[in-house]
Write a protein that binds this ligand. Structure first.
Ligand code: H79
Length: 452
């Protein structure tokens, strides 16, 4: 049985191919060797983080000239010339922004890290940047540095502070060409800088991106993750240079895979969850509705139940869930986001043990739920998160033949009887589920199952 389970786990891991560049090319992934050292440990244990997409664009709530489907791409999708966008930035004044509140909401939701947009594709720095005046302190009515306030608050409340940086796209800089698969000027600013061939990426990197990365790593205390996006035409060599700079300034800082082709400490999946388990660290980032930046017209909210299930599904495959919030132009979280975060936090307060510090399931995906695992002192704790409670009161775990040392429900500590049957284990459950979203049965078995 053990061999079969290990074989399955290995097979599932093989699915983790393809070097992420946010555009789905199938190149073999080469993860930085050092990712296996202590730098990654907190990340592997954390499982759940908050993504925050917030900028000048948030003011519009997705609406521009009667169109309501914009968000963080506003400048590009609404075809706003840079001068007009810069002027629009001046009215950005999120007076209700409260770093303590934001971090408390994330903490109560059970999130262990926050990744906030320090600069999105619009090139507008949401912090006090000395490199470019296109920033929130110099270029908006707000004149405060929200990243500084958030970094300090994260430190106080014990969350990791992490920054998103759009690397290969910058609609403010005249030297930022883009392209993909022969598609020249793919998402470049051609309104203000129409001559793509005159753009020299290295000039933009030296003048803006690298100095800004240095600022973030110098002025905001420890940065948990440098979360790069859309490296576009950045070469492996150029990406490596940025990696080297980060390693020098903050060796503990984790770098995601979008710093350049086949670079970084872990792989990112955007708006999707992989089919099977993956042994290397990875993360799925996802919106709660359809937009990253605030869009007041978007009511396509995932339910709290779906979001909890996503978190468990991701943990059962060895990944992290980076769940997005798009605060308003005033600096508050949408009500619908807060409701969902509250439910997730409440679920995690009871069942967090089944998520934090766990690793991927040794079993094939169940139809009724998911499994996570911790190997401890030669024994294995299995957490069976049951989404669909069995009507006959029995849950069959195929292949599980190890001796059961203990078995109980996390919701109420009620002991669960088990019995061996037909090459597996039967869990005898009460008639009704103790939790309507997902109920967790914790089963301690003798011996180690699966690989770490
Ligand atoms: O920051 C978020 C996105 O803005 C960024 N990555 C995440 C984390 C991103 N940049 N590019 N892409 C994602 C891929 C392309 C998205 C598009 Fe669209 C969807 C292009 C066209 C449809 C939405 C609508 C954005 C522009 C128009």
């Amino acid at each position: 049985m053990k061999e079969k389970i290990i074989l399955f786990a290995l097979l599932a891991l093989v699915l983790n191919l393809g070097c992420d560049n946010s555009s789905k090319e199938s190149v073999k992934v080469v993860i930085d060797e050092k990712s296996e050292d202590g730098r990654m440990q907190w990340f592997k244990d954390a499982k759940f983080g908050m993504f925050i997409h917030w900028g000048v664009y948030s003011q519009a709530g997705g609406e521009w000239n009667g169109e309501t489907n914009h968000a963080e791409w506003l400048q590009f999708t609404a075809k706003i010339p840079l001068k007009e966008y810069t002027n629009y930035a001046k009215s950005f004044n999120p007076v209700k922004f409260n770093a303590k509140e934001w971090v408390s909401i994330a903490k109560n939701a059970g999130m262990k890290y926050i990744v906030i947009t320090s600069k999105h594709h619009d090139g507008f720095a949401m912090y006090n940047s000395q490199t470019s005046s296109h920033n929130i302190v110099e270029g908006s009515a707000f004149k405060r540095d929200p990243l500084k306030e958030l970094a300090e608050e994260c430190e106080k409340q014990g969350l990791k502070f992490c920054t998103y940086y759009s690397l290969g796209r910058d609609w403010e800089d005249p030297d930022c060409p883009t392209g993909y698969a022969g598609n020249i000027a793919w998402r470049s600013n051609l309104i203000d800088y129409p001559i793509e061939k005159n753009k020299v990426l290295q000039r933009y990197l030296d003048r803006k991106a690298i100095p800004q990365v240095k600022e973030l790593l110098t002025n905001y205390g420890p940065i948990g993750i440098m979360w790069f996006d859309t490296y576009e035409l950045v070469s492996k060599q150029q990406g490596q240079k940025i990696v080297d700079i980060i390693r020098e300034l903050q060796p503990e800082c984790i770098i995601n895979s979008r710093v350049g082709p086949c670079l970084g400490d872990y792989k990112v999946n955007e708006q999707e969850i992989p089919e099977g388990a993956e042994i290397k660290p990875w993360e799925s980032c996802m919106t709660m509705n359809k937009h990253w930046g605030y869009n007041k017209a978007d009511d396509n909210w995932k339910t709290s139940e779906e979001l909890v299930h996503h978190l468990i599904d991701i943990a059962s495959k060895g990944g992290n869930f980076l769940l997005n919030v798009g605060p308003t132009g005033e600096g508050v979280f949408p009500e619908a986001s807060m409701e969902r975060l509250k439910v997730m936090g409440d679920w995690l307060k009871v069942n967090g043990e089944a998520v934090y510090g766990t690793t991927f399931s040794p079993f094939e995906k169940f139809t009724w739920g998911r499994c996570t695992r911790k190997n401890e002192d030669g024994n294995t704790v299995l957490y069976f998160s049951v989404f669909d409670w069995p009507t006959n009161g029995e849950l069959f775990i195929p292949e599980l033949k190890n001796k059961v040392l203990q078995s109980s429900l996390l919701a109420n500590s009620e002991t669960i009887q088990t019995k061996s049957s037909k090459g597996g284990l039967i869990l005898k459950l009460p008639k009704t589920a103790p939790d309507t979203i997902a109920s967790v049965v914790k089963v301690l078995v003798k011996g180690n199952i699966g690989i770490n």
